[in-house]
Design a protein around this ligand. Structure first.
Ligand code: C2E
Ligand code: SIN
Ligand code: SIN
Ligand code: FE
Ligand code: FE
Length: 369
């Protein structure tokens, strides 16, 4: 059994962690640092940061380095109680307390005994989450009021950084929603359903990942690819909605949606927008140089656009359009085999075939109603 930290150790801990926390921009790493700091300061076996999502009336936490997220209704358990009441809670044996929610223990097999929860507030005094410590590692196995004071101290040191990181996340989520909505506008003008945008996003991410891109870059493409047809907002309804083949002149007009989309997006310096601009510009280029608008060839076509091209054409063929019926899977696969190294990057076509089960799962998940 360990003893409580002495004052010198405590000071060292605080110096060590606050320096790291102040410089941490990533929400996941920040939550991890705060959990580690709390755990060490008060000798808890576990420490968790819970964040309140007011809109959804849920509290959430990232488990194991942000890989998975745990979400529960915001009124649940001792954490929910602390967040609702704004009061700290010290409990010596959780199973003797009716407010305790045993479900998480049941799913993890962990046995919670002592719990300490303190609410975390922002600058305006609003509760934004809670600091939860579980199981004191000293002989008496109970959290004391001194622990409560230390954890409160830890919370106050990290509160500002946490609020900044949450705000940053909020802005990023908002950006993603705006971008997605823009993509939907482009598609709805051409009478395609909203799910087309979702499917192309998911296919693109899947192909990017299986091609060997990092999770981060695959996610970037997931966000950017749905905007590929944003330029269609400038194409007349009479062409977009035509239920039959286009004349040469109409197709000439239609092809301009690539250049228009690029012009709309290219001036932003944001990474997502730059990726979206390249995809809008180049998603109708072909590996053999016969595409439009620039007639780029092979690897001169940006990898994001080569990936989105496969996602877009697969979805255009697999679903009904105003001008065509959905194709049978065999016919689609035959086309991809035939266009390997012609329309499409051969290596990506191989990735596409290797990923076909996952592709079909996405198709099913986001089926048009
Ligand atoms: P979209 O409907 O999103 O189709 C994207 C791409 O999927 C097409 O690019 C094409 O490469 C492929 N694709 C779609 N349907 C077929 C098909 O029946 N056969 C084959 N082999 N490939 C197909 P593309 O051709 O550059 O067309 C760009 C956009 O122009 C289409 O986007 C659609 O909005 C419009 N479009 C193309 N052809 C027609 C048409 O005959 N009638 C109408 N109303 N619109 C058309
Ligand atoms: C939230 O909606 O507040 C949390 C977003 C997330 O899942 O990262
Ligand atoms: C573009 O021409 O759309 C951008 C060029 C590129 O990044 O490949
Ligand atoms: Fe297009
Ligand atoms: Fe499309």
């Amino acid at each position: 059994m360990e003893l409580d930290q002495n004052p010198e150790q405590m000071l060292r801990l605080i110096f060590e962690y606050t320096a790291k926390i102040a410089n941490e921009k990533s929400l996941d790493r920040l939550l991890q640092l705060m959990a580690d700091m709390g755990k060490e300061m008060i000798d808890a076996d576990r420490c968790t940061l819970w964040i309140l999502d007011k809109q959804r009336a849920e509290i959430w936490t990232r488990v194991a380095h942000g890989v998975s997220e745990l979400r529960i209704p915001s009124h649940t358990g001792l954490v929910g109680y602390s967040i609702r009441s704004g009061d700290a809670v010290i409990v010596d044996d959780a199973y003797q307390d009716s407010r305790f929610n045993q479900e998480i223990d049941l799913s993890t097999g962990y046995r919670t005994k002592a719990i300490l929860v303190i609410p975390m507030r922002n600058n305006d005094g609003e509760v934004i989450g809670a600091y939860q410590a579980i199981n004191k590692r000293t002989a008496e196995q109970k959290f004391s009021h001194r622990d409560l004071e230390y954890l409160t101290l830890a919370a106050s040191y990290a509160g500002k950084s946490l609020e900044a990181a949450l705000l940053h996340m909020e802005i990023e989520e908002t950006q993603k929603e705006i971008i997605f909505t823009m993509g939907e506008i482009g598609e709805s003008r051409s009478k395609e359903t909203g799910n087309h945008v979702k499917r192309v996003a998911e296919y693109s991410k899947l192909l990017a990942r299986n091609y060997g891109m990092s999770e981060e870059e695959a996610e970037l493409l997931r966000i950017a690819s749905p905007m590929h047809d944003i330029g269609k907002i400038a194409i007349p309804d009479s062409i977009l909605g035509k239920n039959g083949p286009l004349t040469d002149e109409e197709f000439h007009q239609m092809k301009k949606h690539t250049e228009i989309g690029y012009q709309l997006l290219k001036n932003s310096t944001r990474k997502i927008m730059q990726a979206a601009a390249v995809v809008a510009h180049q998603h109708h280029e072909k590996w053999n140089g016969q595409g439009y608008p620039q007639g780029l060839r092979g690897e001169d076509i940006h990898i994001y656009a080569r990936i989105t091209a496969i996602a877009d054409v697969f979805d255009a063929l697999a679903t009904e359009r105003v001008y065509k019926k959905a194709w049978e899977l065999d016919r689609i696969l035959a086309l991809f085999r035939q266009e390997r190294g012609e329309h499409f990057d051969p290596r990506l076509v191989d990735v596409f075939f290797a990923s076909i089960e996952e592709i079909l799962a996405i198709k099913e998940k986001y089926e048009d109603m």
